[in-house]
Design a protein around this ligand. Sequence first.
Ligand SMILES: *[C@@H]1O[C@H](CO)[C@@H](O)[C@H](O)[C@H]1NC(C)=O
Ligand SMILES: *[C@@H]1O[C@H](CO)[C@@H](O)[C@H](O)[C@H]1NC(C)=O
Ligand SMILES: *[C@@H]1O[C@H](CO)[C@@H](O)[C@H](O)[C@H]1NC(C)=O
Ligand SMILES: *[C@@H]1O[C@H](CO)[C@@H](O)[C@H](O)[C@H]1NC(C)=O
Length: 663
Amino acid sequence: MMRPLIIVLATLAAAKDLQKLLRQMTLEEKLGLLHGSPSNYTGATTAITRLGVPRLLLNDGPQGFRAPPSLDGTSTAFPSGLAVAATFDDALAATWAATIASEFAKKGATVLLGPGLNVARVPFNGRNFEYCSGEDPYLGARMASAIIPAIQSQNVIATAKHYVLNNQETGRVGADSIIDERTWREIYLPPFESAVAHGALSAMCSYNRITLDNVTAWACGHRCEHPTTLQHLKEQSSVFVMSDWLATHSTQAIVKGLDQEMPSDFYFGSRLRDAVESGAVDEATIDAASLNVLRAMQTIGALGRAPRGDLMKDVSTPANRDIARRVAAHAIVLLKNNNILPLRTCAGLVVLGDLQNYTVGGGSGRVVGRTVSLTDAFETRCGIVEAYADLESEKAQDAVATATNVLVVTGSQSTEGADRSTLALDGEAMIDAAAKLNHNIIVACAAPGAFLTGWRDSVQAILTTWPGGQELAHALVDVLFGEVNPSARLPLTLPMTETDLKFTQRMYPGLPDPAPPKGCADPCLRVFYDEKLEVGYRRYDSHNIEPAYAFGHGRSYTSFVYGNLTVSLSQVTFDVRNIGGVAGAEVAQLYVVPPSSRGYQQLKGFHKTAVLAPGRVERVTLRFDARTFSAFLDGAWRRIPGSHELRVGASSRDARLRGTVDV
Ligand SMILES: *[C@@H]1O[C@H](CO)[C@@H](O)[C@H](O)[C@H]1NC(C)=O
Ligand SMILES: *[C@@H]1O[C@H](CO)[C@@H](O)[C@H](O)[C@H]1NC(C)=O
Ligand SMILES: *[C@@H]1O[C@H](CO)[C@@H](O)[C@H](O)[C@H]1NC(C)=O
Ligand SMILES: *[C@@H]1O[C@H](CO)[C@@H](O)[C@H](O)[C@H]1NC(C)=O
């Protein structure tokens, strides 16, 4: 009996007349779009069945569909965002994102709560593994430009998170990130700007407070005097902004640009209705927020059609697992190789340690997939391989002492909600002990961010895998035996020591807030971004700090030469030639040094070549954009006049070609 009505109204929606649709909604129905309600997903809105508006079903997370525990294994655990950043490969990032989103669609979710786009300011941040930006805004912006359209190509809404300056987990609820506008604009904002510029339909504001040029407010709105950050996003597009889970602090936040409270209705339910009825909030504000949500639903075709997908369904297909494996393999960074890799044979190999604790990070981004064990991956490749969990037994010690090659596998865990207490890998002692028994040590480590490599001189090769997802063991074997020639690069600097950055306590983790506001969790901190633009390699460069491994570093089983640089006002062109013995791809990077001592070299372009056969050359063109020679000065992005130095090369510390551009 309802059918004719639904068809009529579905047509209405399909006619894109959202205003008309909105006019038919009661206040209660509109509010249902603006707050969470119970569901078996991470979040949900309320359906308006009579108008053909289904529930919006939101789900974690950035590296795969996080199913309820009873459904563990029914979705693929993909490589983490940081791993994807390490690929420096737009096309592969897009494949990763589209594949994840396709599983969301099959599970019935209409919103993917990712990608994570925060820039890694402190190496200890417990969530660095989730973020696709590494420590560089340009890298994050490029990744966002590939990932956002790929997610939404599956008719799933992408969510740029956590907006913004949520760069540590210590005291994250209410920690006040105290920053100047230029640093915010140049370092932390670009990945989010890129996300909305590439059509992101939603964004998630974060738990922290922000003090931007001395004005303080919650990232999710709240106090009236500081609309800056949310309104900046709103000026760029009609993106709808949801709060991080329980990060809403008032009904007034809606006036500041927060459209949706998640996951419940504490402020944006009856309290917001009362505020509208008393005139404290204008109904036009509710209409605008509702329209933002409806527009996103319309864009993915969710209005006027029956919900699709099934939460119970197993959506992890062999094809998707292959993609997870391929991305994981192409995210593995070869830090060091004294001609020991690739392995040519399984004979004489002893494996020490395990990966099982390190394939995924913890918290809302955790996906429990059907994880391939290291043993299974080696068995597939080699048949039986001699493997030991540790070096405790005499048998293991003897095996290591007499092996041709020893692979030591270790890592470090990390989770949302806490920063890492150390940058050391769990297996440091095991690496040291193994290196005393055998010269031919290969280390493979799954680190959730930067890590220490004090043992690096006593081993022959090092592979960094990041939390690489359920297929990581296969991916590692692919790289060890040269089926995949490594081409990934460090998306963040690897330090010599935990204190390389020389941050004071006020910079990290921050000082106690003398006047903690209501809602600021203990410890309520004030975090001073005193380093300003000196984030990651910028700080290493400007303070002459020697890193263990530089941003952008990563080796290959072959080698490349660069040549034939030509520079114009709009682009650089150069050749990259494979002069080694095996096929491989190179990530060519462009760093720009502004004139005088006005700044540091900054990544402004990169390109991953095709897999080049030995002797083959690729001509690479990197086009400049509006920001290549610009900085945020006196309230706007402005070109810095003068002679800019261009460095083209294989890492931030391995320039192969130099040129200049006079602006
Ligand atoms: C969650 O799923 C169960 C089983 O299908 C169902 O009975 C329950 O109503 C669902 N809960 C919500 C809040 O939708
Ligand atoms: C912020 O306050 C400090 C201390 O009062 C002052 O030195 C600084 O100039 C202010 N910054 C801005 C951008 O207003
Ligand atoms: C994995 O983590 C658990 C809990 O922290 C620990 O007991 C176990 O030894 C770890 N396993 C490996 C192989 O590191
Ligand atoms: C530069 O161009 C010359 C002439 O085309 C070519 O022979 C040479 O290999 C190129 N250099 C590189 C690094 O490819």
